[in-house]
Design a protein around this ligand. Structure first.
Ligand code: DGL
Length: 281
């Protein structure tokens, strides 16, 4: 079955996040797979998603994926842990079969969990994320399923996304919140030697996180693992690869002001970009 507003022509890869954070994943994906066409969509007008309910995150994410499919995307990456934790499965199971069973939506949680066993020596792993991601228990469930011998501790860091979205991630005020959450998770389980940055906004806080983390702890930002996993997926799924256009183009869509987005995006990407404002509903 095919939704009437979807084109059958090959198209770009869609990348979705609630705001700017997904640009940290997009940046690694475009370096790893530069030849593909990409459309990035940030729902900045409704970010942050972290404190929102399952139902709301699902509805917002569903609207964004639908829009990216209407723009011609054949494959969409949810470059957002909150959306991956709260909406991915429902979209895959309920919506895709009704819209177009041949399209794909992939998340960021699985590619990240796949590598923790090879990184952690103590087999004590911590996950830093939004309230939504941590309270969903998605990381704990995924890691326990894959590596039952690993102990996982989650820490919700509700202030970290607002610090990034408001451009305060480099300010002295940010030190307080970053240190507070790191001290807390490491006091809950002092044997943690690996910390997953389970939110695509957090790479912007990486320097600060490093500063307040003991040197024995390895930090895992997700971008590279997601990019590797996508490359591997396309290598294994040649039928999907054939449906993706490869013209090196990039489009950026935001639900907030285009000027604001292009200014903020310069923190994440080296080259200036052109941004289009859209409405989702
Ligand atoms: N960047 C998103 C994530 O990876 C969420 C940020 C938000 O709260 O909207 O979880």
């Amino acid at each position: 079955m095919q939704h009437p507003s979807f084109s059958r022509q090959p198209g770009p890869v869609g990348i979705f996040d609630s705001g700017y954070g997904g640009l940290t994943v997009f940046d690694k994906i475009r370096q790893r797979l530069p030849e593909y066409d990409y459309i990035y969509l940030g729902d900045n007008a409704r970010a942050p998603y972290g404190p929102r309910s399952f139902e709301v995150v699902y509805q917002f994410t569903r609207q964004a994926v639908m829009r990216l499919f209407q723009e011609g995307c054949q494959l969409v990456i949810l470059a957002c842990n909150t959306a991956s934790a709260k909406a991915l499965r429902t979209i895959q199971q309920n919506d895709l079969p009704r819209w177009d069973a041949s399209r794909r939506v992939l998340g960021v949680i699985r590619p990240t969990t796949e590598i923790v066993d090879s990184v952690s020596k103590t087999k004590h792993v911590g996950v830093l994320g939004t309230v939504g991601t941590i309270s969903s228990g998605s990381y704990v469930l995924e890691i326990e399923k894959m590596f039952p011998h690993i102990r996982v501790t989650g820490e919700a860091c509700p202030m970290w996304v607002p610090l990034v979205e408001t451009g305060e991630f480099d300010s002295p005020g940010a030190d307080y919140f970053v240190q507070k959450n790191l001290d807390h998770i490491l006091s809950v389980d002092p044997l943690i030697d690996t910390l997953i940055l389970g939110c695509t906004h957090y790479p912007l806080l990486l320097e600060k996180i490093r500063r307040f983390t003991p040197a024995r702890v390895t930090l895992l930002p997700q971008g590279e693992y997601v990019a590797d996993s996508l490359a591997d997926y396309l290598h294994r799924h040649t039928e999907m690869d054939a449906r993706l256009t490869k013209g090196h183009t990039r489009r950026f869509l935001t639900t907030e002001s285009a000027e604001k987005f292009s200014e903020a995006a310069s923190l994440f990407l080296s080259a200036p970009i052109r941004v289009e404002k859209i409405d989702l509903a």
